[in-house]
Design a protein around this ligand. Structure first.
Ligand code: PLP
Length: 393
């Protein structure tokens, strides 16, 4: 790929040195772009590599954005208060426990930096969402990677045993990339048995795709828990940027000491408020995602392909060969699938797209696996597992 084709900002974003990367908030689109072999991805590509929601914002959110445009010259901080109050009221939370950010990536990073250090380790699942690992490396913290259980839940007992020096336990439920849940009772066990001074951060980015109970009750009960929420997934607002951290004010203060304070984009604020008030949005989108995911699983079953059953908008597909080869071959078919986790090198992550996108995925995957494309796969050859070159390892 030639970097000539990229805009200067995008080129520099992909070519950061490890030192410069220390100052970057690592996010899903950065990780997805780093794993892509064709950059920029063509405009007509099937993009199922970043766990985005192809439905975008709901109609009332779109209307709210249009209506606020004339006021784009104002900071309008009251809109942040409105959003926080709406969310707090719906969830039975004290508004002082909620802070809005442009996405949940900033509080994820700053919580890791606040609660880990060379003496306080960062404990996470493997495979798990990588953003916190990069933040921990900035904090100089030891990273304790703990394999998932046989049912692909976080192994909370092994997490506790592996890190008596823990500063922060990161739980992502449903997990990225497996789309599997960790039972609420396991998270409670972790909270009750962790060492004093450590915190549990529960990333609920994908929770609305499931009917699973949230851990906001643990925050309400005053526990050492930070919950992250985002509007990027079920609400389809990844490009608009809005998310929350929810925690006891003393914990939030530590995060805010690192994060600093800034205004939120008013388009994101009004779209998020409108989305929360749309009572049909979550059940409808959960149903759409589950239907398309199930159709995809049925197709994989009929064709004897293996995958890890998921409750979210992504799942891991076992290609039985170095996954990188399949990612590259799929890109040649204009279908961009997600990255590999080194601990499971034959698995690739697939995002659940629209019905049409998943049909294109199926056609391309069948061709690639049957070896009927010009781009040949080489079964059995050990593939290189990519480490994005701009990220510290
Ligand atoms: C597990 C997880 N947490 C947090 C995020 C952050 O998303 P955003 O910054 O768009 O809210 C993502 C994005 O994909 C994610 O997968």
């Amino acid at each position: 790929m030639s970097s000539q084709n990229l805009s200067p900002s995008r080129r520099s974003f992909l070519q950061l040195t490890a030192a410069a990367a220390a100052f970057q908030i690592v996010t899903e689109p950065i990780l997805a772009a780093a794993a892509r072999t064709r950059r920029p991805a063509p405009k007509d590509g099937v993009m199922i590599d970043s766990n985005e929601n192809p439905l975008g914002p709901c109609q009332s959110a779109r209307d709210a954005i249009s209506a606020i445009i004339p006021q784009g010259g104002r900071y309008l901080d009251n809109l942040t208060d409105d959003l926080i109050h709406t969310f707090a009221q719906q969830e039975g939370l004290n508004p002082d426990y909620v802070h809005a950010f442009p996405g949940s990536s900033p509080p994820l990073r700053f919580a890791v930096i606040a609660f880990t250090s060379p003496q306080k380790s960062y404990v996470t699942a493997d495979p798990g969402y990588e953003a916190g690992v990069h933040a921990a490396s900035v904090a100089g913290a030891r990273v304790v990677n703990v394999p998932l259980t046989k049912t692909y839940a976080h192994d909370v007992k092994a997490m506790l045993a592996g890190a008596p020096d823990a500063g922060l336990f990161y739980i992502c439920s449903p997990n990225n990339p497996t789309g599997t849940l960790t039972p609420h009772s396991d998270i409670e066990y972790l909270v009750e048995n962790k060492s004093k001074g450590s915190i549990v951060m529960v990333d609920e980015a994908y929770i609305h795709f499931t009917g699973a109970p949230s851990t906001l009750d643990l925050v309400k009960a005053g526990k050492d828990v930070v919950v992250l929420r985002t509007f990027s997934k079920t609400y389809g607002m990844a490009g608009l940027r809005c998310g929350f951290a929810v925690a006891r004010p003393d914990l939030m203060e530590k995060i805010m000491d690192r994060a600093g304070w800034n205004f939120m984009p008013i388009t994101a604020l009004v779209a998020a408020s409108a989305s929360l008030k749309d009572a049909r949005l979550v059940p409808e989108r959960r149903r759409i995602n589950a239907t398309i995911r199930q159709e995809t699983f049925q197709w994989l079953d009929r064709n004897a392909y293996s995958y890890i059953p998921s409750e979210s908008n992504c799942f891991l597909l076992d290609t039985k060969r170095p996954g990188k080869q399949v990612i590259d071959a799929m890109a040649q078919q204009n279908v961009f699938i997600g990255r590999i986790w080194p601990v499971m090198p034959t698995h690739v992550r697939i995002t659940v797209g629209t019905h049409e996108e998943m049909e294109q995925f199926q056609a391309a995957f069948q061709k690639v696996m049957r070896g009927t494309t010009a781009f040949s796969l080489q079964p059995g050859r050990s593939g290189e597992i990519p480490t994005p070159r701009f990220l510290p390892t």
